[in-house]
Design a protein around this ligand. Structure first.
Ligand code: COA
Length: 462
């Protein structure tokens, strides 16, 4: 049979495709912009026909129907990245959560979780019979090698991407054609605080460096500060819209990379149609499975890797909490540790953890004496080097415990510095600052106190 005949023989209705799912099955599904919503909707609508089925997935941009009360005994979700629609269900014990570094997830799913069924989203086949996993290659593509049943939603909106991102139609069990625009992750406006953080991060980036940037306000603020740089590279587990203008303008041109020179390397992309248009049929961008992209030894093949990731809390030892708030799972480690370690192993590499100094509208400090009880350390203190807030840069490697704590107090929000200084004295039985330094700190604290009060008054009179 030629590929067209193979494709036709596997093209079925969604009802027929999902009828291959049995009681007790484990189903791994594509995630984020590659989540096969068209097929998932059919599972959701016909939930009563299924019994005790486990859905395994990462971040969802959807509403996680599997955690609704009526799904009990029919579907349960085991996610590897908590999302707004299932965080509460994880805390309530309705949804399961599996923790793993992103680069290990393909192995964890294949060899430990062992799903029988895979449901993914792909582009339509090309003239040779190859479909592309488009913007979500990560753990998704590999499932076609080991799952007994592989069902693909063929969607004309899924960009065709290059690299290790294609599979032949013969590698699938069923195809279901459902065209629907991919969910979009729109850029939010960059705040003043993020802009300051972006400037400090950019000050650590040199011409020719190879960047890992995630998505969200801080990576976008960093991108906004890179216009004066030259010959940057990009090797990242995922990217958002922030990088598109820099790529199109040639500020990021990958020319100085030792590995994959001239090519951007990605595992996934979440953005708007602007990003998807840039990625579609673009041979300068390679998508690869995440056990390649996020493998620290692959990351370190490039010199001058700079990784930029965010977090929720850092303690005075430099332990970084990025995915839990106390006992509650907020997100997941994702590729944070993969890239922190890859950047550290890279010749002249730098790993940066960047965050606003406060959370909850300024009510709490993210730099704390002791991490919140119940939280899990995401990046251990021995891995962490640069920590950046809107108040500056703390460089931690090679520093004593006291020096680390002092560096972190200096970039904490001034309102919280007195408390941190007291906790420093209690922990180390020593004074963190000389009288002169303390006076400087007192000036900054006083200045900020006045600004805070003014802001408060403005807010109150609005
Ligand atoms: N204690 C309590 N709540 C906190 C907190 C803390 N220490 N720090 C932040 N929060 C709250 C915030 O106030 C905010 O709540 P609100 O929306 O009600 O104000 C919420 O938690 C989210 O914080 P924010 O900093 O805005 O999150 P973010 O969307 O910028 O994401 C991470 C930051 C750290 C959660 C995210 O980057 C992540 O999940 N990282 C781990 C994975 C990773 O790094 N992958 C690699 C790159 S993609």
């Amino acid at each position: 049979m030629n590929w067209e005949e193979i494709y036709k023989s596997k093209l079925v209705s969604v009802e027929e495709a999902i009828s291959s799912i049995k009681e007790g099955d484990k189903i791994v599904t594509g995630f984020a912009c590659g989540e096969p919503f068209g097929i998932e909707r059919a599972l959701e609508e016909n939930y009563e026909n299924f019994k005790n089925v486990e859905i395994i997935s990462m971040l969802t941009l959807g509403d996680s129907p599997w955690v609704r009360p009526e799904m009990k005994d029919h579907f349960r979700l085991n996610c590897l990245f908590a999302s707004p629609s299932n965080r509460k269900a994880i805390s309530n014990g309705i949804c399961e959560f599996t923790t793993s570094h992103f680069y290990e997830i393909p192995d964890i799913i294949e060899n430990y979780i062992k799903p029988r069924v895979s449901i993914v989203m792909v582009s339509p086949p090309d003239e040779h019979g190859y479909v592309s996993f488009g913007t979500t290659v990560d753990y998704t593509k590999g499932t076609t090698d080991y799952c007994e049943v592989v069902i693909a939603q063929v969607n004309k909106y899924m960009p065709r991407t290059f690299g290790n991102s294609i599979k032949h139609v013969r590698d699938f069990t069923y195809f279901v054609e459902i065209d629907e625009p991919l969910p979009e992750v729109k850029d939010v406006e960059i705040t003043e605080t993020e802009m300051k953080i972006g400037k400090y991060c950019a000050s650590l980036i040199n011409d020719g460096d190879c960047l890992q940037l995630g998505i969200g306000g801080i990576p976008n603020a960093v991108c906004a500060q890179l216009w004066e740089k030259k010959d940057l590279g990009l090797h990242s587990e995922l990217v958002g819209d922030g990088v598109v203008d820099l790529l199109e303008a040639g500020v990021i041109n990958n020319s100085k990379k030792q590995s994959k020179a001239g090519r951007t390397v990605l595992g996934a992309a979440f953005g708007s149609s602007k990003l998807n248009k840039y990625l579609n049929n673009n041979p300068s961008v390679e998508f690869h499975p995440i056990d390649y992209v996020n493998n620290p030894s692959i990351i370190a093949r490039n010199d001058n890797v700079v990784s930029i990731n965010s977090c929720l809390q850092v303690d005075l030892l430099g332990q970084v909490v990025s995915d839990t708030v106390g006992l509650n799972q907020f997100s997941a480690v994702g590729g944070q540790v993969d890239f922190v370690r890859g950047a550290t192993m890279s010749k002249n590499g730098k790993s940066i953890i960047a965050m606003p100094s406060t959370a909850k509208k300024g009510l709490i400090s993210r730099i704390v004496p002791i991490i919140t009880e119940g939280s899990a350390v995401t990046t251990p203190r021995n891995d962490v080097n640069y920590v950046v807030t809107e108040y500056g840069i703390a460089q931690l490697k090679g520093k004593t415990l006291k020096e680390r704590a002092k560096a972190l107090i200096k970039i904490a929000h001034p309102r919280f510095r007195p408390h941190l200084i007291i906790e420093y004295i209690k922990r180390f039985n020593d004074e963190p600052f000389t009288k002169e330094e303390l006076n400087q700190q007192a000036d900054v604290i006083k200045e900020n106190f006045v600004v805070d009060i003014k802001n408060k008054l403005n807010l109150d009179t609005e």
